[in-house]
Design a protein around this ligand. Structure first.
Ligand SMILES: [Zn+2]
Length: 489
């Protein structure tokens, strides 16, 4: 076993090196090119916690020793049977650091996320719809469209290019190639990140026929378009679709085969199994193209795991707070359990592509709500751990974890007030941390920022995330790693 971290496994390093040499000699030249086997990579254990007393010399270091062999042992051959893409909406390095400091301590590790062996950064800029020049702060629609379709576009665009032309998504291509597919989120299913895998509309707000008629006129079915996001989601027919956004399903189709019927009735006629609670979800034993699964657990976005604690103009100087559970979360399925269920339903001979999103890291960030934000980052961590656990057993699954864009939260000098809104929190370390939301003075109106975003991975093809890439790159290497014909209809 190669141990990449501060744990104690010095002897194992030498053993692993010999094992790898044997593996390369046995398998060199096999399909997939250079790299080790899944068996070898699964044995690399990364434990990046501080070594000990952080006030002592070497106490804060996270590495147990030279990691060259462990990195070499993590780079696998390129082809994978399954890909799980996990997105933290609005989750860049500031958000990850904030959550780590609060929940696990400055020298701690974010379970799942900090265990990924290979990482890099990607650029996330969008395009201006009119000038076609870079728009340096992307929204979730343009950013999601970038990785889902390989094409840069304008803010607000879902699955169409800067000229409005539909671009095929990974999920659509995977399904056309006979792979199984899943789409899981904590937000409304019509929200930008889940929508980019299943829909093509000119404006992200076109959830149902009502909004589409008004805001995306040429996309409306009655005008010869592909229809609203929800209608396209149903037509896209992923095997597993889980999230929120039930209210749109009560809208009525205005044209097409299901005219004058509600979208809920349409889902049933199309053969979907519909579940509305965690218990109903647990009871589902199979989901496929005959009986795809549609799980919708809230009218809008799913509730956040932790209660709100909004930052204010003077909040940074007020007594530090400790975050509390959100009583409204109730029996809502957690992101990790939805992820586990999706994997259980999708795994098998055909191989699958699954997208998972913790969507309300972004929404809490917009609200200047550090507790809501950290709680949803905890959900992200749990979902990544779930995906990683499966991938390490399966040994033929690529797990990619990233954010879609940077956001406004910043860790600032503790106990201070800076321009914008601030809040001071008690941390796991027994310390205090102050967070600033500086892009607006109105909670709810905080905005995205334009920094590059971390992307990390484990499994076959994970080497593609290393260094600086662009947000459109995942479309190409995910479809390549899965061996998909991108033109197959
Ligand atoms: Zn946002």
């Amino acid at each position: 076993m190669t141990k990449l971290g501060s744990g104690k496994a010095p002897v194992a390093l030498a053993v692993s090196a010999v094992a790898v040499l044997g593996m390369v000699a046995a398998c060199g030249g096999d399909n997939g090119g250079p790299g080790v086997s899944g068996e070898t990579a699964a044995k690399v254990e990364i434990n990046r916690v501080a070594a000990g007393d952080i006030t002592a010399h070497g106490g804060a270091k996270r590495l147990a020793g030279d990691q060259t062999q462990a990195i070499a042992d993590s780079i696998q051959r390129s082809k994978a049977k399954n890909v799980i893409l996990v997105i933290g909406d609005g989750t860049a390095n500031q958000e990850l650091t904030l959550a780590r400091n609060y929940q696990w301590g400055a020298g701690g590790r974010i379970p799942g996320i900090d265990e990924l062996p290979l990482s890099g950064d990607y650029t996330t800029y969008a395009l201006d719809k009119t000038t076609k020049k870079p728009d340096y702060t992307t929204d979730s629609a343009a950013s999601g469209s970038a990785w889902a379709t390989g094409t840069k576009t304008y803010n607000g665009a879902v699955g169409v290019d800067v000229n409005g032309k539909p671009q095929r998504s990974i999920l659509e291509i995977a399904r056309a190639n006979g792979r199984r597919t899943g789409n899981v989120t904590t937000t409304e299913l019509q929200d930008a990140t889940p929508a980019v895998q299943v829909a093509h509309v000119s404006q992200r707000k076109c959830y149902g026929p009502v909004e589409t008629k008004e805001k995306c006129t040429s996309d409306a079915l009655e005008n010869g378009g592909l229809g609203s996001i929800t209608e396209q989601l149903l037509a896209a027919r992923a095997d597993v679709t889980l999230g929120g956004g039930w209210k749109t399903f009560s809208q009525t189709a205005t044209a097409g085969e299901y005219r004058d019927k509600t979208l809920e009735a349409q889902a049933k006629e199309r053969g979907y199994q519909i579940v509305r609670s965690g218990d109903e979800l647990d009871a589902i034993k199979a989901a496929d193209q005959d009986k795809p699964l549609l799980g919708v657990f809230a009218d809008g976005n799913l509730p956040r795991l932790w209660d709100k604690a909004t930052a204010t103009k003077e909040g940074g100087k007020e007594a530090p707070i400790t975050c509390a559970p959100n009583p409204a979360f109730g029996a809502t399925p957690k992101l990790a359990s939805m992820t586990k269920k999706a994997i259980d339903l999708l795994k098998g001979d055909k191989g699958f592509f699954l997208q998972v999103e913790s969507g309300s890291v972004d929404k809490a960030n917009h609200d200047a709500d550090p507790c809501g934000q950290i709680g949803e980052t905890v959900q992200l961590s749990e979902a990544v751990s779930t995906a990683l656990e499966f991938a390490k057993q399966d040994k033929d699954t690529l797990v990619i974890v990233t954010g879609d864009h940077a956001h406004t939260s910043q860790i600032i000098e503790a106990g201070t007030v800076t321009p914008g809104l601030t809040r001071t929190l008690n941390t796991k370390d027994g310390g205090v941390l102050t967070v600033n939301y500086g892009t607006s003075l109105d909670p709810g109106e905080e905005q995205h920022t334009g920094g590059q975003v971390r992307i990390a991975a484990y499994g076959p093809g994970a080497a593609n995330v290393v260094g600086v890439t662009d947000q459109t790159d995942p479309f190409f290497y995910i479809t390549d790693v899965l061996g998909l014909d991108r033109d197959k209809k």
